[in-house]
Design a protein around this ligand. Structure first.
Ligand SMILES: Cc1cc2nc3c(=O)[nH]c(=O)nc-3n(C[C@H](O)[C@H](O)[C@H](O)COP(=O)(O)O)c2cc1C
Length: 327
């Protein structure tokens, strides 16, 4: 399938695997890229720029297809060494960067000079327009359904995507709630040039996370996510568990006076315990409502081939049938 996104990134299918903390290692990124999508290594999961440089080298050994690196700019206890990470990306010869969180403007000149294409993840039309105006090449438009940080506007993709299509001139992918061929066709119908998936890619054979995590996604329904840190204006959609219930209870009891310090013990440092050790209650972990559409753990290639087959069938049979029925 050819869209502005496949052309921009030199990929076969308009499917991107978004950066995911403690999930987006070289194994997953390479599997997605080798299957014709765009795999993305999560920069900050690597604790130092040197480790990121190593992860980029590992990914290059695993695939000869293009892959990207995610750089997330979120409130952090200690500001990461962003100049070092940018250097590792440039020196590693990576040509695609997914930025997320705060405005990436400061880093764009260096990335552009190195011939790197930047796709910025946004949760609102105004942020996507800002990304376009500062020179980002594409946007990933993340609706309220998404796993991770949906922002504070709570606009689901059925509204957000056509709004983005009406306003943007740069290509964009639909992100949040995407799982299958139906998602891809819907995303294209609403004006996107492809789709970005997070949660769905965790339940794949190659995702280098504990099997407990994959099975939790298969078992979960669309009713099983919760929003935490809303009072801190750092909302995160997570799978409900004991730690999430504790955080929500604190948010309720402390009300508007809550500070990050009040919950830091419940949220910080949990990802390695969850993703590597399979201790699912070690803390909150991001998960989209799309868990309700996840029923198996295929290989990445099986998943992507299935999505493309379904999408092509929907377009050439189901939708074509409706069009001819009218004429
Ligand atoms: C476990 C997990 C960790 C994530 N970590 C990050 C991250 O570090 N940086 C980022 O930009 N997005 C992160 N995301 C968001 C994804 O890149 C993607 O935008 C989102 O999952 C899309 O929604 P979906 O889960 O409904 O597909 C994370 C998502 C999940 C599920």
């Amino acid at each position: 399938m050819k869209t502005r996104i496949t052309e921009l990134f030199g990929i076969e299918h308009p499917i991107i695997q978004g950066g995911m903390h403690y999930v987006g290692f070289a194994e997953l990124a390479a599997a997605v890229s080798s299957a014709g999508g765009l795999g993305i290594i999560t920069g900050l999961t690597q604790r130092t720029p040197e480790l990121l440089a190593n992860e980029i080298r590992r990914c290059r050994e695993l695939t000869d297809k293009p892959f990207g690196v995610n750089l997330t700019f979120l409130p952090a206890l200690q500001s990461p060494d962003y100049p070092g990470y940018v250097r590792a990306i440039i020196e590693g010869g990576v040509k695609i960067v997914e930025t997320a969180g705060n405005n990436p403007q400061r880093w764009l000149p260096a990335l552009r000079d190195a011939g790197i294409k930047v796709i910025h993840k946004c949760t609102s039309v105004r942020h996507a327009l800002k990304a376009q105006s500062i020179g980002c090449d594409a946007a990933s438009v993340d609706g309220f359904e998404c796993g991770g940080h949906p922002g504070e506007d709570d606009i689901p993709n059925f509204i957000l995507l056509p709004r983005a299509a009406d306003e943007l001139t740069i290509p964009f992918v639909a992100s949040g709630g995407m799982a299958d061929g139906r998602s891809l066709v819907a995303a294209l119908a609403l004006g996107a040039d492809g789709m970005n998936m997070g949660t769905r890619f965790i339940a794949t054979k190659e995702a280098p996370v504990h099997d407990h995590v994959k099975q939790a996604l298969v078992a979960a329904s669309e009713l099983d996510t919760r929003l935490i840190m809303r009072p801190l204006r750092n909302t995160e959609r997570v799978l409900k568990n004991a730690a999430v219930e504790r955080v929500l209870a604190k948010e309720k009891s402390l009300g508007a006076s809550i500070k990050f310090d009040d919950i830091v013990g419940d949220v910080a440092g949990a990802y390695p315990k969850i993703m590597k050790e399979g201790n699912l209650d070690a803390g909150p972990w991001s998960c989209g409502m799309v868990a309700g559409l996840i029923h198996d753990v295929p290989s990445v290639k099986e998943l992507i081939d299935r999505i493309m087959r379904e999408a092509n069938e929907i377009i050439s049979a189901r939708l074509r049938g409706f069009a001819s029925a009218r004429s």
